[in-house]
Design a protein around this ligand. Structure first.
Ligand SMILES: [Zn+2]
Length: 139
């Protein structure tokens, strides 16, 4: 067995014996128990659902775009800006259009219905992908 040693570890042992004891106990417990559990409360589920339901209107083709997809596309570039066509699945905007036209139109129809039913929320494009606040649009 390899004994884990580091400068920090030695410093803990020498200067803060109580913290070293806590550190050792935490390590011995294993890591899985220390990780936060997946949120299962009703409020958490509702918030996550609302977050995933945010919908944008593509600036290029006016198609409906899931905000999470747009953020994903923007984050791939890692420049913290939205570019026209981000997250859009239409043949105009997507460089690797794999869906059939029928699939795309079905998805668009589903999103439109969900907006009409209030299950999706149409919002204005945030300035930056990591903006947490949003402004809703009138239907
Ligand atoms: Zn588009």
């Amino acid at each position: 067995m390899v004994k884990y040693e580091s400068v920090g570890h030695v410093a803990l042992q020498e200067h803060w014996p109580d913290r070293h004891a806590r550190w050792t106990a935490t390590r011995a417990r294993g890591r899985e128990n220390d990780r936060p559990k997946k949120g299962k409360a009703e409020g958490t589920a509702r918030t996550l659902q609302a977050l995933m339901s945010l919908t944008l209107k593509c600036r290029v083709c006016k198609g409906l775009v899931s905000k999470s997809k747009a953020v994903q596309a923007a984050n791939k570039r890692n420049d913290n800006t939205f570019k026209p066509g981000d997250g859009c699945g239409s043949s105009t905007c997507s460089s690797n259009f794999v869906n059939t036209k029928k699939q795309y139109l079905t998805n668009q129809a589903n999103m439109r219905d969900a907006i009409a039913k209030g299950e999706r929320i149409l919002i204005k494009w945030p300035k930056r992908p990591n903006d947490k606040h949003f402004h809703t649009l009138q239907k």
